[in-house]
Ligand binder design. Sequence first.
Ligand SMILES: [Zn+2]
Ligand SMILES: [Zn+2]
Length: 271
Amino acid sequence: MTFWICRTCGVEHSDRPDVCAICADERQWVPATGQAWATLEELAAEGYQAFLSPLEPDLYAITSTPGAGIGQQSKLVVTPHGNVLWDPIGFVDDAVVEAVRELGPVVAIVASHPHMYGVQVEWSRRLGNPPVLVAESDAHWLARPDAVVETWTGSRELLAGVTLSQAGGHFPGSAVLHWAAGADGRGVLLAGDTLFPNPDRRSVSFMRSYPNRIPLSAAVVQRVAEAVEQVPFDRVYGNFDNVIAADGRAVVRFSADRHAAWVRGDHDDLT
Ligand SMILES: [Zn+2]
Ligand SMILES: [Zn+2]
């Protein structure tokens, strides 16, 4: 069955509207050259290939060359009881599916928020139809509904020590995935765009829109930080190759307080 992939965000659509609603939203952007679509077959014919590469023991990155959508990076968390595919990219091919299958069964596919839906239903079809979990409050963004989609809200333990939780902020349903065994047992947070590890590698940002620079309020940022700091973690992976390697929990607290102080007006740019 043909489906359409938005060339800007990489999100799959069951039909081809005039414009991708996710890109037309104030958090994203439609290119000056206009809306463009591709099929999976067209991307493959253009030379797209997807790759699996290790990040740390039992955690893998999945990317494509060229970068599909905004060039994000999926994560695959491997556990003895099954695996979780996080933020599935907007391209998939047979070689990467084989590489993923060799690491064990994927028991759930989940995107942190609608920008990261990618070709999530397609990934599920190729991986034996595991459920695609979509936050209830963001489900209206879903452009390729399917029987494999299950909505969720609040928090859900997907596997022992792998817990999905709804922190909000960037989208009402923006999620993080906590992996207790990650970072040698100190804990890993897969952050999506819920919080964004910055290039300085010692702070994170919290934004309604990253490309269009729309900040979140102090109250919302504090709420997001409080939601994620309920559990211990040391390392924070963003949805590209951005990472806070250590002291992630302290970095989130410092960054939330700094953001709140600036947007509250505590600082004056003249001093
Ligand atoms: Zn789009
Ligand atoms: Zn986003």
